[in-house]
Design a protein around this ligand. Sequence first.
Ligand code: SF4
Length: 371
Amino acid sequence: MAWTAGNGAYRNNVEKISKLSFAVGVYRPPSEGGSGSLLLRVTENCPWNKCTFCEMYKGHSFVYRSVEDIKADIDTVKTMIDEIQEVARKVGQKGRINRDVLQALLSVNPYLNENYCFSTVFNWLYYGGKTAFLQDADSMIMRPLELIEALKHLRKTLPTLSRVTSYTRSKTLSQRKLEDLKAIREAGLDRIHVGLETGDDEVLKIIRKGVTSAEQIDGGKKAMAAGFQLSEYWMPDIGGREHWHQNAENTARVLNEINPHYIRSRPFVPRCGTPIFDDYEQGRMHISSPHERLEELRVMINNLNVTSSVCFDHSMNVWANRQSGLLFRQDYEGYKFPEEKTLVLELIDEGLSIDETRHVHVKDLIAISSL
Ligand code: SF4
């Protein structure tokens, strides 16, 4: 590794930081990127890994990590934080983490820029050290007592955290006892993100989600009863033209039963290398046009009877408005229901009123994503 001369006062700190590493994965929800969440892997990859639309962990086996390894990672993060903060003091920033501190660190070791462990910790400090996201796809799969131990250690070691979140599956939630979920919540897990995708049992089977709508409702209700903030992601057009209406109606039905805090739209895009991509390419499923997708959205939104925030914070919510801007706000708090339900329905009508060619077609997104 090539090292530049750098300032001797913090060269040792940078050398130490450069040698530290812990398990950090790639995937996290968009909202966790927006808050600069610290990323920590408590398990690796997905214990299910069979959904036909998902390419995220294909080819990677699930790894159940030991609590000792997770705690050692948290300690490593703490050491890295302390070293970065010491550099911040030495360069006269009184512990403030800003671009000057980053430049000082990179002036000694420019390769830190490519170090994902360093990036997640520096980013986290830069955003105020408030939130953490536990990776990967299903943290609730951990034995409850072990997850609790890891959470307690995280909260004790990093006391500035005000929110800790994670992904899990509806199926896993439905298999957990309510008292275990409550204990996990009390140990410091605040929010869980669940990939509902659809509430339609036929589509759930087709996409091999490994869960029924009854289990989705059971798992979602338990998560709410345990006191978690619950984010449910749904996937407009995951049933294609063949199932769009039942996809919309049954997704609304399930979400009405759960009434989660957040409902987040993540429109379906066939990903190269997935079984559903082959179905699409070989004409066994047909994706909807932008207007057809808005029609599906209208049925789903119309049927929603919730007090959730409905969000369009995923980049695939690409419908255009009359000014050729984005039809929906892409912020992480979204539209508050029921108060803003009429507004969302009006926006859908606005999107339907403009020429369809002015919307981005999902076929173009496939072309972009496979470049
Ligand atoms: S459960 Fe989630 S991560 Fe696992 S295969 Fe399905 S969509 Fe992908």
